[in-house]
Every structure is written in structure tokens, then in C-alpha cells.
Design a binder for this molecule. Structure first.
Ligand SMILES: [Zn+2]
Length: 264
């Protein structure tokens, strides 16, 4: 577990922020290690978890909330998703929890429902971004991850959200997967997302009849080449390619096909 400002504790796939009388959980994660780390902290300090932000509703970010709710039945969950009703956070909202200002910022794009939020702590120039920031390597031309492309569902919103957070005064970016990044990581994510869009445009322009899955594969291979990602064949056979990588690629293919058909 890593510590920032002696206030923020980052475990495998969630973070815990220490206030004077309680803790604030940001994402709940799904790993047993995260549960163990955070329960130990609450026991050592004799402080409960009082609030929990959930950045979006993917399983790996919310699974442990059931466990934490059993341990702390009065926990207040703050998220952007209510079954069957409108999204709560349509614009930024600031709230004081303990001595800290937390600003909830809607940042749609990654999840299919558009319910993603970031949680900003302005005094610490720190932001929790859930799954928004996915650089997949230290530079655009270098990857060190299982895929060279970020996972998102709504391409236009995703780019817009990345630009919005990049425009803010921030030093530390904490993901829902235990990574602590600098702004560079957001820049790499944005560059990749924009390259996916631009190559999709070219691909559809060249062949407007191209099948979605074939176009997606073509774009994926180009990005892989540009980013010096070498496990292309392996990734294409991975179920996560269809579940994650292909979503963003097909979003852009469909969008440019639609545009092309409207211009006919
Ligand atoms: Zn996610």
C-alpha cells in the first residue's frame, strides 16, 4: 500500500482518505488485499469508513462495497448511478467531508452508461480518476501493458473528459487500479484516444463498406505498430480484446460510417 501526504492510502484497486474522525473510500475495488489493507487501517486508527465514492459501476470497482457496507452499515455511498433514474451529477459539485473539499466532476466516456465521475481534492492538487487514465506505457511510442489501447465506450465523451481533466491544476492522478500517475499519463491516454479516432476515420474513408470487426482490427494493428506493442496476435485472441479494446474502436468505426452515409 502506498501513502500520499500521510492522508491518502492507495491499495490494489481502491483508495482511502483519512479525515480527522473517519475515512473516505474512493472506489471499493474487488481484491481481498484491498479489503484487508483498509480494515487494518480502520482498526489501527479506530475510525470508521463514513463515505464511499464509486467512480463508475464496473464490477471491479464496486464489488467490495458489499463487504465494507457489512462492516460499516452507515456508510454513505456517493456515485452517479441510480437504477431507473437520472444521473445525479450532471455538473461539478463540491462537498466538504471532514476538513477536506471534494469536488465531484462528471467525466463520461469509459463506461457504457456515461456514469463515470472523478473526485478532485483541490488543496492537494490530486484527483481520483477511476478508469479514465489508461496510458498503457510511459510514452506514446512505448507500451508495457496487455494492450496498446484504452478501454472506453463513448469515444467523443472520453476525449472531452480527458481534455477537461488535463486543463486542471493537478499533480497527482490516482486510478481505480492502484496507479499513481502524473499528467503525462493523461496526455498519453489522450494521444492514443485521438489516434484511434483519426485512424478510424481514414479506415472508413478508404473502405466505407468495411465490416466493423475488421476495421477495428486494422486500427488496433496500426496503433500497436505506432506504440511498439508486440503481442498483437495474442491480444486479438484474448476475450478482453472483444470485451474492452474493441468497444472504443467500433464506436469510432460506426460513427464515421454513419457520417459517410449521411453525406451520400
Ligand atoms: Zn471500468
Amino acid at each position: 500500500m502506498r501513502k500520499l501526504f500521510n492522508k491518502i492510502f492507495v491499495s490494489e484497486d481502491a483508495s482511502l482518505v483519512r479525515e480527522k474522525d473517519f475515512f473516505v473510500l474512493v472506489d471499493a475495488g474487488c481484491e481481498p488485499k484491498t479489503r484487508g489493507d483498509f480494515m487494518r487501517l480502520t482498526r489501527q486508527t479506530k475510525k470508521p469508513i463514513k463515505y464511499a465514492f464509486l467512480t463508475h459501476h464496473h464490477w471491479d470497482h464496486v464489488h467490495n462495497i458489499t463487504y465494507f457496507r457489512e462492516k460499516f452499515p452507515r456508510i454513505v455511498v456517493i456515485s452517479n448511478h441510480k437504477l431507473g433514474s437520472l444521473m445525479k451529477f450532471r455538473q461539478e459539485e463540491s462537498m466538504a467531508l471532514g476538513d477536506t473539499e471534494y469536488v465531484v466532476i462528471p467525466t463520461p466516456g469509459h463506461s457504457p452508461k456515461g456514469d463515470d465521475i472523478c473526485v478532485h481534492m483541490p488543496e492537494k492538487k490530486t484527483i481520483f480518476v477511476g478508469d479514465l487514465c489508461q496510458p498503457q506505457g510511459p510514452f506514446y511510442h512505448r507500451t508495457d501493458f496487455a494492450t496498446p489501447v484504452p478501454y472506453f465506450h463513448l469515444g467523443e465523451e472520453y476525449i472531452h473528459s480527458l481534455k477537461k481533466i488535463l486543463g486542471m491544476k493537478i499533480n497527482h492522478i490516482i486510478t481505480g487500479h492502484g496507479m499513481i500517475f502524473r499528467k503525462k499519463a493523461l496526455e498519453i491516454t489522450l494521444e492514443t484516444a485521438e489516434r484511434m479516432r483519426d485512424i478510424a476515420k481514414e479506415t472508413v474513408k478508404k473502405n466505407p463498406e468495411v465490416k466493423n470487426s475488421l476495421a477495428a482490427k486494422t486500427i488496433f494493428e496500426r496503433i500497436a505498430q505506432e506504440r511498439n506493442f508486440h503481442n498483437v496476435q495474442h491480444r486479438l485472441k484474448d476475450p478482453y480484446y472483444h470485451e474492452c479494446d474493441e468497444q472504443g474502436l467500433i464506436y469510432w468505426v460506426k460513427k464515421f460510417k454513419k457520417e459517410a452515409s449521411q453525406h451520400e
